[in-house]
Design a protein around this ligand. Sequence first.
Ligand SMILES: Cc1cc2nc3c(=O)[nH]c(=O)nc-3n(C[C@H](O)[C@H](O)[C@H](O)COP(=O)(O)O)c2cc1C
Length: 173
Amino acid sequence: MNDVLKNIFTRRSVRKFSAKPIPEDILNDIITAGLYAPSAMNTQPWQLTVVKNEDMLVRLQKSISKALDRPDYHRFYGAPVFIIVTVPGDYRHGAVDTACVLENMFLAAHSLGVGSVWINQIRDCYDNADVRAILTEAGIPENHICFGCAAIGYADCELPADRENKGIVKFVD
Ligand SMILES: Cc1cc2nc3c(=O)[nH]c(=O)nc-3n(C[C@H](O)[C@H](O)[C@H](O)COP(=O)(O)O)c2cc1C
């Protein structure tokens, strides 16, 4: 099996990260992989906001927790890096383009020995006043919305075991 396939087949979501920082060149490669994602009509509509500031991450955690009434909401599983992918709210393909960016980054991270997981909750509260205030502070345009984020860092756990693939595949010859 070639390395690309092996990387795809062995990537798993990580939900416990160590605080160990990601070296700048490795993080840049992960981000660049995101920027190389396909997008509808090559629009590349995204902004990737890379948050490493602990104070902001804790405030974001707390505001999401409050907005979604989830008292136990985690601090992005302790990840040292949190990447918020946003797109203009009036762009039709925002959700799918975001998914392409995120998957590219997840696979790049895994190939470099770095763990990752999709974080979905900002999708449900980006227009909550407290959450939006933090997004604005982070430099995210007011007309941008969020379909998904990435928590990135070194795993502080074993990778979850291989999983059953439930998707349906039909060949029509
Ligand atoms: C649209 C989407 C939203 C997700 N949201 C979350 C999330 O908020 N928190 C989380 O821990 N995992 C989240 N995940 C990760 C999935 O739970 C995970 O990909 C799935 O269980 C398969 O496991 P694997 O990634 O290890 O193969 C999300 C994945 C997708 C595609």
